[in-house]
Write a protein that binds this ligand. Sequence first.
Ligand SMILES: C[S@@+](CC[C@H](N)C(=O)[O-])C[C@H]1O[C@@H](n2cnc3c(N)ncnc32)[C@H](O)[C@@H]1O
Length: 346
Amino acid sequence: MKKIRAPRNRTTILTDDDREYYSRFLITLEKKAALNEIVGKTINQDIYDVADLLPDKSVDLLIADPPYNMNKAFNGRQFSKKTLDEYEEWLDKWIKALLHILKPTASIYICGDWQSSTAIHRVAQKYFKIRNRITWEREKGRGAKTNWKNCSEDIWFCTMSNDYTFNVDSVKMKRRVIAPYKNDEGEPKDWINTSAGKFRITHPSNLWTDISIPFWSMPENTDHPTQKPEKLIAKLILASSNEGDIVFDPFLGSGTTSVVAKKLNRLYSGVEIDRDYCCLAEKRLAMADEEKNIQGYSGGYFWERNTLSEQIKSNGKKPKKQIGSYQKGQMVNGKLTSFSPYGCSR
Ligand SMILES: C[S@@+](CC[C@H](N)C(=O)[O-])C[C@H]1O[C@@H](n2cnc3c(N)ncnc32)[C@H](O)[C@@H]1O
């Protein structure tokens, strides 16, 4: 049954026409592929079938957001909760199979919740140098009656060697100053006074509280049940790759990694088992040709939530208008819809 959506809902959806149109861009591999055959492509296959066929030592940055260790349906395909040992084996199998695609200078990020995280740690330490564990405050859902509400996820940061990219200046945060202390000369201490307000430029920590999950008022939102925010993926890509590098995602879902890589001038490729999600990824990639904005990242900095007016004042102008493809060309009551482009958490 078709979902009925509010007129201001900017979710990017997949129509039957989209399905037919975007599926022609998907590829499947039957033999070992060269790098130029997979760059810019969405590979519609099971990662276990295709891992061996991917090109050797080609990837600069791997971002993996696998199914977490819980019961979850992805467009009707069920992932079932396993024992921790079984989940560890499941992770080990695809991680080991992908080692050959990584350059010796590659970085690897693997996402998980608290029920998956220990298994990720155990497998990652077998193959990589573990650098950090980022914790993302992921606010969603109601509280539990007999447990603490779960609102965090982990992202394990690993590298292949001690020779790796980390662009710390590309992922700094611009925060509003709450206590504007001054030094003995009466000058701002560690902060800057601008016509847009008082700000502090801070180093990125491993605790991320500035990112909300995509929701219906944001054009990046899709019907994928576990879509990652573009802002979150942008931090990983900006920190751990350079323009022109290859970013690869073995569980691409709705395409967030490829879309953000494209917006940030990286090369990309990804694997996703579900055809509809692959088509959604392709649709979002087409939208990214027109819209390069990443919500919450502007003027070269990451901003806290609910700071759109400060971002506009600081950057001198409103970032270019976003038109989600759900609205593009769509007639409502005889008029072409046009909505304010930003969600309230921007
Ligand atoms: C957690 S989601 C990834 C979401 C993605 N980061 C996004 O922003 O949309 C995991 C994805 O892995 C896909 N998947 C599960 N098993 C797979 C397999 N064996 N090979 C390839 N993809 C798989 C699921 O269909 C699902 O879309």
